[in-house]
Design a protein around this ligand. Sequence first.
Ligand code: L34
Length: 295
Amino acid sequence: MSAKIISGTEVAKAIREELKVEVTELVEKHGITPGLVTILVGEDPASQSYVAAKNKTAHALGIHSEQVTLAADTTEADLLTLVDKYNKDAKIHGILVQLPLPKHINEANVLYAINPDKDVDGFHPVNVGKMVLGEQCFLPCTPHGILELLVRSGVQTSGAEVVVIGRSNIVGKPIANLMLQKRAGGNATVTLCHTRTKDMAAHCRRADILIAAVGVPKMVTADMVKEGVAIIDVGVNRIGMTEAGKAILAGDVDFESVKEKASCITPVPGGVGPMTITMLMKNTVQAAKIAAKLI
Ligand code: L34
């Protein structure tokens, strides 16, 4: 069997069409233009490309977007002052500080300074707490995108054995939590594996749905999965450069061998990445609607 490819690019396109309609209606009926600011500190090439993609997508959907780029030696105090400025700016409904931040800046201090009502990344403890409780909140973009991919591709999650590899705050912890909740894309039995897990392969082989979010290229090999598994590959690893200077990407899953056993699989690139960006847009539109008391 060769797996069906779950195209994040295609699903993201469909969601963006829906968002375009929502934005047009907000502008024409209510005179509200959703606004997003992205803040990037330093010159990490991967972060630069993600932030550029976020601003380009916002622009294409009619979302007002501002892109702030700060020098790598910007102080934490200066960054906090900037966050505070956007907390008070009525044109801006969503604030995104791209991670990772340079080592001398305490990430928690910055993320906690963002007004939870503008926290379109869903990283503020208020939103994390609400997420765990299953209350209305901004869901973090990558896990939110994974849920949408599963639901829109018709992957049954209810009662499924889900194995998540990786316990990051951005992906592993939130997706494991969301998938055990009573919700669309949820109701699963979830196992969360990490670097101290004994016999990772044995856990993985039990999975009906395997979500790899580790940041180790091609770590999941065919011998680690069972026949018919659905694979979500969150890894975007830069494993080299083409002669033209373009990054060569690989996921956390050995796509070529695993696709022969899986029933469906997300590719890298073109899988989870485009969904992350699109869910940021969805959260920004939601933030604008909440600010205007429309929802
Ligand atoms: N604050 N920091 C904050 N929020 C986030 O949601 C992120 N993340 C992660 C890193 N730091 C963050 C992202 O935006 C990862 N991430 C992200 C976003 C987009 C893509 C990958 C990771 C993406 O579009 N990937 C493309 C390939 C892009 C390329 O060529 O480099 C893909 O098709 O997978």
